[in-house]
Design a protein around this ligand. Structure first.
Ligand code: ADP
Ligand code: MG
Length: 726
């Protein structure tokens, strides 16, 4: 434009130099080594590579080299490779909206050539040798002074190696904006890690130039959960949930449109897959991998929505790991958003975000009771941290987040226990409720049993086993039972019952010795959960007298065989003056004679031919160890006083309770086989999630337990005194 002489003398407008324009444009796409790497990775993946090797020097500022084994670049295309808007991925502009490959505007290599020294070695399958080319400002240049700019033949494998040197050598401000080389390197690792999770079939290797061992290395042909385990660690991988769902059009219809779908063909349709941690996992910082149409992107809206989902599940300050891959019709992605801008927008963003949050929420809710209570978390949460120090830390963390928009790469996932904020305690209590989860869904029950669907009196009524409802006291007109119930109430020790009612479960100390830790207010108690459970089950037996649910045995085992098994191993049989078969006969007779009574009062059903069909179920979702069944049946013979009503009921219920006490047959057993380990795990789960919560609800604790089975081992004020002295 020409100069104009107007009074205010505006400064003349001049056209910027072409090269400067390009450099500025390039800077918008390539912010830092990690963003260059992201573009190049996407190119490698577009080229169908199954192996991608990255070499880095000085955080990628000196050298960033990416070698792949993809389709390669035809020699004829090399002259225009680094020109702006040259691409093999769309032919007409209308394609722009349909394109499904990664970067799609032919700008990455061009941009890089404006802000770095770019060279390419590439070989297609049909070519006999590889070709090497050098680029500057979008065009081929000579590699060494005196040579021609034409690509030179050289040795090389099928595939492409892109070499970027001296990034931002000509844009000093950009260069100085970068942080340390180690920071840039960790961002590179972060990008690679995320792509490696998303592409588990592709092998990724990353190392520093000159270093003998890679800092990241993944196998080809893995699956996403394995990749997460390898790259983010076991502590995340073990607590992962998975959902995959898709939707046709319209987000209004929230539930109906969760259906299997081949993919997002029509506008408005989409598909999503997520792997995300359950309530057991807590990180200080959210790890969020969001891929939309296979591009790593950011969506603050989606992130906030998912944070909100977890805020109802995790203690304050704790964050999850979420991998989310979303496929939407490319037409629905906002094409006006620069393709390299990480923050994306798409059609019906709110609706899709809502549905994804809902699905994750539901999945988490159905898992919420499976949370494993790490006892360290509770202890450090309750004792080591004061509210003040916690909030200070939280603020510091927020500041750190503001400074760097991206997550730190390679950050080791923190174990749940590390510095859980104090709030944890009350949060934990809320979630100790067992409302939503059944035992069966937690683990495969190894025993050949099936839990009957309801109390024997509620004929055919289907009962939702996922709800642990209040166990009501059955109506019973028998004075003997009423007396026993009164006795239990009278024996209640106020203080001990309060401890149990309001306790927080801390952890199992020794499963064979039946020792656990619980916390009440500021005190820590070592309890014999076996003894507590025995009393609990006795009282649950009293409570449900005449109205038990059934624990069905399928197929029903023969009473006699079971008793034979138990008598066989019993040592003290001689003193009775009877032979073992005689003892078996006696016991079988005794029990068979009371069949009707046992069925009526205890839902303990034995067929006329002597098959044990069902046992009284004392506690929904709790399966007793059936290895102990022979011993129960044998003891019913001599141990139960069958002649007087009250004594009979009491001793029967005591034996039943003893049978129900959690624990293996022999107290020294260490689980060895896989099945034993599963059993052990299931048992621990039952103790924590079924027995202790029931103690809280149903137990009128007698004083006798206080003397022997509940011992205070620490009190917080005392511990503080100790620490103060240190
Ligand atoms: P775009 O990816 O948007 O097409 P780029 O500048 O990233 O633009 O790449 C330009 C072209 O170079 C691509 O379309 C592709 O044909 C080719 N290309 C780049 N990297 C590779 C690679 N690693 N393997 C094969 N072809 C590649
Ligand atoms: Mg590209």
């Amino acid at each position: 434009m020409d100069d104009q002489n107007v009074p205010n003398e505006p400064l003349p407008i001049r056209r910027l130099q072409e090269s400067l324009i390009n450099r500025i444009a390039a800077g918008e796409i390539i912010h830092r080594p990690a963003s260059a790497l992201k573009e190049l990775l996407e190119n490698c993946l577009d080229a169908g590579s199954t192996s991608i090797r990255v070499t880095v020097k000085d955080g990628g500022m000196k050298l960033l080299q990416i070698q792949d084994n993809g389709c390669g670049i035809r020699k004829a295309d090399l002259p225009i490779l680094a020109e702006r808007f040259t691409t093999s991925k769309l032919s007409t502009f209308s394609d722009l909206s349909r394109i499904t490959t990664y970067g799609f505007r032919g700008e990455a290599l061009a941009s890089i050539s404006h802000v770095a020294h770019l060279s390419v070695v590439t070989k297609t399958k049909t070519e006999t040798c590889a070709w090497k080319a050098y680029y500057l400002d979008g065009a081929l240049v000579e590699g060494k002074p005196g040579q021609t700019p034409d690509p030179k033949p050289c040795a090389g494998n099928d595939g492409t190696t892109i070499i970027i040197e001296d990034l931002f050598y000509n844009t000093p401000t950009r260069l100085s904006a970068l942080r340390s080389t180690s920071e840039e390197y960790s961002r590179i690792l972060d990008v690679l890690t995320k792509y490696a999770v998303h592409n588990p079939k592709v092998s990724f290797v990353c190392k520093k130039a000159g270093s003998p061992s890679p800092d990241l290395s993944t196998p080809s042909s893995s699956e996403i959960p394995q990749a997460i385990r390898l790259l983010y660690g076991h502590s995340i991988a073990k607590d992962l949930l998975h959902v995959a769902f898709s939707s046709k059009k319209k987000a209004e219809n929230e539930d109906e449109d969760m259906e299997e779908d081949s993919g997002p063909q029509d506008s408005g349709s989409w598909a999503a897959e997520a792997h995300f941690t359950n309530a057991n996992y807590q990180s200080k910082k959210m790890i969020f991998l969001l891929f939309i149409n296979h591009r790593l992107v950011e969506s603050s809206r989606m992130k906030r929505a998912l944070e909100a989902v977890y805020s109802g599940v995790l203690p304050k300050g704790a964050s999850p790991f979420i991998y989310l891959s979303l496929q939407i019709n490319p037409r629905d992605v906002d094409v006006n958003v620069h393709p390299t801008k990480k923050e994306v927008h798409f059609l019906n963003e709110d609706g899709i975000t809502d549905q994804i949050s809902d699905t994750l929420q539901r999945s988490l809710a159905s898992q919420s009771n499976s949370r494993v209570f790490e006892y360290q978390t509770l202890l450090t949460g309750g004792i080591a941290e004061t509210e003040q120090s916690t909030s200070k830390k939280r603020k510091g963390k927020e500041r750190a987040r503001d400074e760097g928009e991206e997550e730190e790469a390679g950050e080791a996932p923190k174990p749940a226990a590390a510095g859980a904020p104090k709030k944890t305690l009350s949060q934990y209590k809320v979630r100790t409720s067992l409302q939503d989860r059944t035992l069966e869904s937690m683990f495969p029950v190894a025993n050949p049993t099936r839990i009957d669907s309801g109390p024997s009196s509620a004929k055919g009524k289907s009962v939702d086993t996922s709800k642990s409802r209040e166990i009501k006291e059955s109506e019973c007109i028998l004075t003997s039972v009423q007396k026993l119930r009164q006795r239990a109430i009278k024996g209640k020790h106020r203080q001990l019952s309060e401890i149990l009612e309001k306790h927080t479960f801390v952890g199992i100390v020794d499963i064979n010795k039946c020792l656990s830790l619980i916390q009440h207010s500021t005190k820590l108690y070592l309890v014999n959960h076996g003894a507590l459970a025995e009393e609990l089950f006795y009282q649950l037996g009293l409570r449900q007298f005449g109205n038990f649910s059934r624990l069905k045995l399928q197929p029903p085992p023969p009473l006699r065989t079971l008793i034979e098994i138990a008598v066989e191993v019993e040592e003290a049989t001689e003193e009775s003056g009877l032979t073992k078969p005689q003892i078996v006969d006696r016991i079988v007779e005794t029990i068979m004679a009371r069949r009707d009574m046992l069925a009526e009062y205890f839902s303990f059903n034995i067929t006329p031919t002597g098959l044990v069909e069902s046992l009284p179920l004392l506690l929904r979702d709790y399966t007793p160890n059936l290895d102990k069944l022979p011993s129960l049946l044998m003891r019913l013979g001599p141990q139960v006083d069958w002649n007087s009503e009250m004594e009979c009921f009491e001793s029967f219920l005591r034996e039943l309770a003893y049978f129900y006490v959690p624990g293996p047959l022999s107290a020294t057993a260490v689980p060895e086989t896989e099945e034993e380990q599963a059993q052990d795990k299931a048992e621990r789960w039952q103790i924590q999630h079924i027995v202790f919560p029931s103690l809280r609800r149903y137990m009128a604790a007698p004083k006798a337990l206080l003397d022997r089975d509940v011992v205070q081992i620490a009190s917080l004020p005392d511990l503080y005194k100790v620490f103060e002295r240190c």
